[in-house]
Design a protein around this ligand. Structure first.
Ligand code: NDP
Length: 290
């Protein structure tokens, strides 16, 4: 028989997680603040607990997937967690995760934090490449790895409980920057005789080709060498950025999404043109750290 577990939170994500455990034959106890959602899962084979406390009492492994850290505190307030293995898949900040780990350990539980790198439709569909970052108790992760990997792949990124959230947010932040650039590109061509569907494959191909910056920046940040082998130097990039901003003006498009990055590159160059002009754009990262 498959191992049993409890899940608190049956929003879009919690419901998707629950269905994969039920499909894989894991006895599942569920609780949701609004009971109707637990009723749906009960009809599919889950045990709907009458309270969060009863749900927690039912199993050693307790997975939580609620809206935010405040809702985790609200749902678990006053509940006996002694001897529990608490896996918190609720999105939060690294500091919230570390505080929640201390909070759980004070109550006698082992704690593992998680950052879900998937949408609900990707849960239980391995081909989509979705997965979950985990950090915190290695012992908990090792003990429950098989059941944790039922909804999506599991990647352990260290014992610091904040590091799953930090990896999650780092990847999402890069994604937002990419979305901003794509949005600007479509705004530039909008209203011209350039169909979005014709620009789309060109954008995809270009973003793929420029993906080299990820590894390149990592190497330069590690070595501290920002100049060797540079083919597109900062002086040229800053000059070129003027063309990008003027084109936006000609097209009647706001520069609000791209100008903060241009400003950063200009500051890096202006700080010492002779020293930084031959760098690539990696040096601008140093200006971001407060
Ligand atoms: P939903 O908004 O669909 O569900 C939110 C859940 O939190 C519901 O079960 C809700 O209960 C519960 N909740 C909210 N406030 C409280 C509270 N004060 N006390 C108790 N329960 C509360 O969100 P998702 O399921 O989509 O997301 C859940 C988590 O997963 C979030 O942290 C989200 O960031 C993360 N996530 C979501 C992704 C997505 O694409 N959906 C992707 C990756 C991560 P009720 O039903 O009673 O309102």
């Amino acid at each position: 028989p498959q191992s049993s577990l409890t899940l608190l939170g049956l929003g879009d994500m919690g419901t998707a997680l629950a269905r994969t455990w039920l499909a894989a034959g894991h006895p599942l106890t569920v609780w949701n603040r609004t009971p109707a959602k637990a009723g749906v899962l009960a009809a599919e084979g889950a045990v709907a607990a009458p309270s969060a406390a009863a749900a927690v009492a039912a199993n050693r492994l307790v997975v939580v997937c609620l809206l935010d850290d405040a809702s985790v505190g609200a749902a678990l307030d006053g509940i006996d967690l002694a001897g529990k293995d608490l896996v918190n898949l609720t999105t939060g900040t690294p500091a919230e995760a570390r505080a929640r780990a201390v909070w759980a350990e004070e109550r006698g539980a082992r704690y593992l934090d998680g950052g879900i790198m998937a949408t609900p439709t990707m849960i239980g569909v391995p081909e989509t490449g979705g997965y979950v970052f985990h950090s915190g108790s290695r012992a908990l992760f090792d003990a429950h790895r098989a059941v944790l990997e039922v909804p999506a792949g599991a990647r352990f990124v260290g014992e610091n409980p904040g590091h799953a959230a930090l990896h999650d947010v780092a990847l999402l932040s890069a994604m937002w920057g990419m979305f901003a650039g794509i949005s600007h590109a479509y705004a530039l061509t909008e209203g011209e005789d350039i169909a979005p569907k014709d620009l789309a494959p060109l954008l995809s191909e270009w973003l793929g080709a420029m993906g080299f910056f990820v590894g390149n920046a990592a190497e330069r940040l590690t070595s501290g060498d920002f100049t060797s082998g540079v083919v597109s130097n900062l002086a040229m990039q800053v000059a070129g950025s003027g063309t990008m901003l003027r084109t936006a003006e000609e097209q009647g498009v706001s520069t609000e999404l791209v100008s903060p990055y241009v400003d950063l590159l200009r500051r890096r160059l202006a700080a010492d043109p002779a020293a930084h002009g031959g760098e690539d754009t990696t040096g601008a990262i140093l200006l971001l750290k407060r």
